[in-house]
Design a protein around this ligand. Structure first.
Ligand code: ADP
Length: 298
């Protein structure tokens, strides 16, 4: 159904009372190590929903690489194009403060070595998929190759433009949809001020004007706005008790891709994906929080 071209990271999480100043040392909680990375999160989320999912990516030849492969394998993701690179895997060094606030340093490691050749090698897997999806935690030449491969295979391309980075117009032009949260939408539309008081429907329509075939803006508890040739539509989120929103956007995008691959309209796919995003905030963590189909809210 879906091929994910993207990042695979180990999330290394330590709780702290406060962050160290330069030159200072503070003691933190026990270290927790979780499988993460936007690409891997999306692959796991789609597989847990019953999708046939492959990933094109790179991990290092270290212990984290083995852990990350294991998590993807356990979810049932096809690893034929997850290469092992000499050197470290990608890691996210995360400190969680007393208010639950995150500070994150990402060391891309093996993810930075993903090349257009890696994507070309996955040609057959891409040709067998209905949707190819990518985020921006891997190098832009690999993203450009993924967009081209999707177009030439007749697969639908979905870009989750996160974290924000300039994207070539040729890539945006094949996206159907472009998926962003409110902050990313504001960044794309020209600066942080664009979000303040801006109407999400208008922002989605403006995004459509920037090149993609369709656009989706996620609004957390407020659901999503979809814009395409038929116009814009607001889709609400189910009301749930939010415990931890980490990885909710990845769950949403994965579910959207899976339903599009199965032939849903963009609006129907987005409606289903809000239920998956909402389910993902009810439990802590990213991959650990992802639901199976029988765990979705109504
Ligand atoms: P990101 O995590 O990328 O910032 P959002 O916060 O917009 O993305 O969340 C993505 C999706 O997850 C939302 O569109 C919604 O479906 C779901 N979601 C997130 N937070 C909540 C919440 N508090 N209640 C219900 N659904 C939520």
């Amino acid at each position: 159904d879906v091929v994910v071209v993207g990042s695979v990271n180990a999330d290394l999480v330590v709780g702290v009372d406060r962050r160290p100043a330069p030159g200072e040392t503070v003691l933190g909680s026990d270290l927790a190590t979780h499988p993460g990375g936007k690409g891997a999160n999306q692959a796991v989320a789609a597989a847990r929903l019953g999708g046939r999912v492959g990933i094109v990516g790179r991990v290092g030849d270290d212990g984290h690489g083995a852990l990350l492969r294991g998590a993807l394998a356990e979810a049932g993701v096809d690893l034929a194009h997850l290469a092992v690179t000499p050197g470290p895997s990608g890691v996210a060094l995360i400190t969680v403060g007393p208010d639950g606030d995150n500070s994150i340093i990402v060391s891309p490691g093996a993810n930075a070595r993903l090349t257009p050749d890696d994507v070309a090698a996955a040609r057959d897997m891409i040709a067998a998929a209905s949707v190819v999806t990518f985020q921006l935690e891997v190098p832009m030449p690999a993203i450009e190759a993924a967009a081209r491969a999707a177009a030439s295979a007749g697969a639908r391309a979905v870009l989750n433009l996160s974290p924000t980075a300039p994207v070539p117009a040729e890539v945006l032009a094949v996206c159907d949809p472009l998926v962003v949260n409110e902050h990313e939408a504001a960044w794309l539309l020209g600066g942080p001020g664009a979000a303040d008081g801006a109407d999400p429907e208008r922002m989605a329509a403006a995004l459509l004007g920037s090149g993609p075939r369709s656009a989706v803006i996620t609004l957390g508890a407020d659901g999503v706005v979809v814009a395409d040739a038929e116009g814009t539509a607001r889709i609400p989120s189910p009301k749930v008790e939010a415990v931890d929103t980490t990885g909710a956007g990845d769950a949403f995008t994965a579910a959207l891709c899976l339903r599009l691959a199965r032939g849903d309209s963009l609006r129907d796919a987005a409606r289903y994906a809000t239920r998956v995003g909402a389910a993902a905030v009810r439990r802590p963590g990213a991959q650990t929080s992802y639901p199976t189909p029988d765990e979705l809210p109504a």
